[in-house]
Design a protein around this ligand. Structure first.
Ligand code: OAD
Length: 280
């Protein structure tokens, strides 16, 4: 079937890139943004923009505490799809995982399934965008590069000195009335994620685009593919000759550009794909 042919393509490919969205974490209990139980059904997207953070940090943080509690009501664990992807990477089939998710579950899955120290990202440089790229790009314990395109919601970052902190205690302070919470240096903390209306760090987006262009196989997994750069990366990969696979419960606006579309649960498809890769 088409999953077998996808496995064949992956086996013979030089560069395989996986691109993931909220759907890969849904089976772990993390709410998605869109769809029936989506976060944006309960919360107003417009309250979490970068513009509001700048003009009304107090109100932004007040609302953000509620959103954070909704998103991270519990300690989430990687599921069979994260684990399968980490294993496919460990077996040497995966160049990079690009994720829109801010839950840190890909890193957790890689840590749990691989031994050995994690390396730092290989981006270096002095200007701000490179610095940001380095912060967002982590190299997992295997050879798979992990790019967290939208940052990591388990951290906050000082908008003045740039220091990063664990999010939990800072959100606790905000919940207790420190609005907005501030760093020792006096700077205002911001969730270490890309907000609506905020630019993705240039170096991060460039790296994602060049990985998409270089890829021989591009897999979009658990994303509605409606937000940039999600909407354009699979098309970019397709236009430079990649085989594009989409795994998502709902149809996406990019399905027409894909070679293989599976409207199935990620926890079914990815472990099966891994099995096929193991048994030629
Ligand atoms: P969405 O919530 O837009 O889409 C998640 C998709 O996953 C939906 O199309 C579901 O059908 C699908 N899905 C859910 N459970 C699934 C399962 N078990 N197996 C397969 N598919 C499943 O999430 P994203 O595409 O990640 O941005 O959203 C993109 C960005 O928009 C997010 O990163 C966030 C949001 O606003 C920022 O926070 C900057």
């Amino acid at each position: 079937d088409d999953l077998e042919s996808l496995a064949d393509e992956i086996r013979s490919a030089d560069t395989v890139v996986a691109f993931t969205g909220a759907g890969i974490s849904a089976p772990s209990g993390v709410p998605t943004f869109r769809g029936d139980d989506g976060v944006w059904e309960k919360f107003d997207e417009g309250q979490f923009t970068y513009g509001r953070f700048r003009s009304d940090p107090e109100g932004f943080w007040d609302d953000r505490v509620d959103l954070q509690r909704e998103l991270f009501a519990e300690e989430y664990q990687p599921n069979a799809a994260h684990d399968a992807l980490a294993a496919i990477g460990r077996d040497g089939h995966l160049e990079a995982i690009l994720t829109q998710n801010t839950d840190g579950l890909h890193a957790k899955a890689a840590d749990e399934t691989a031994a050995g120290p994690s390396e730092n990202g290989d981006e270096t440089g002095d200007d701000r965008t490179d610095e940001a790229a380095e912060a967002n790009a982590e190299t997992a314990a295997d050879d798979t590069t992990l790019l967290e395109l939208h940052g990591n919601a388990r951290r906050v970052r000082c908008t003045d000195c740039g220091r990063r902190r664990d999010a939990d205690p800072i959100f606790d302070r905000a919940a207790e009335g420190e609005l907005p919470p501030t760093c020792d240096c006096g700077g205002v903390f911001k969730p270490d994620v890309v907000l609506f209306g905020e630019q993705l760090p240039g170096a991060v987006i460039q790296r994602a685009r060049s990985l998409a262009r270089e890829s021989d196989v591009f897999l979009a997994i658990g994303s509605s593919l409606v937000v940039e750069p999600a909407a354009s990366l699979p098309r970019q990969a397709a236009s430079t000759g990649a085989t594009v696979g989409i795994v998502n419960l709902e149809s996406t606006p990019v399905d027409d550009a894909a070679d293989v579309v599976r409207r199935e649960d990620v926890t079914e498809v990815l472990p099966r794909l891994r099995e096929l890769l193991e048994t030629p």
